[in-house]
Design a protein. Structure first.
Length: 56
């Protein structure tokens, strides 16, 4: 298979400044099955750790 390096380009902002801010994470493959499809999660009024650690 093809091997590559992941690249993230993001602007860091506060995600917990109200209902118009939030945090999210996305992948080009489903992290549970490995299926080749876009997968993501979004939480409004939250910080990055909340979505990555499954806190909320």
């Amino acid at each position: 298979g093809l091997l590559g390096t992941a690249v993230n380009v993001v602007q860091m902002v506060f995600g917990n400044m109200g209902e118009k801010s939030g945090t999210g994470v996305c992948f080009t493959r489903d992290p549970n099955t490995g299926e080749n499809l876009f997968y993501g999660e979004l939480l409004m009024n939250a910080q990055g750790e909340d979505v990555v650690a499954g806190i909320r």
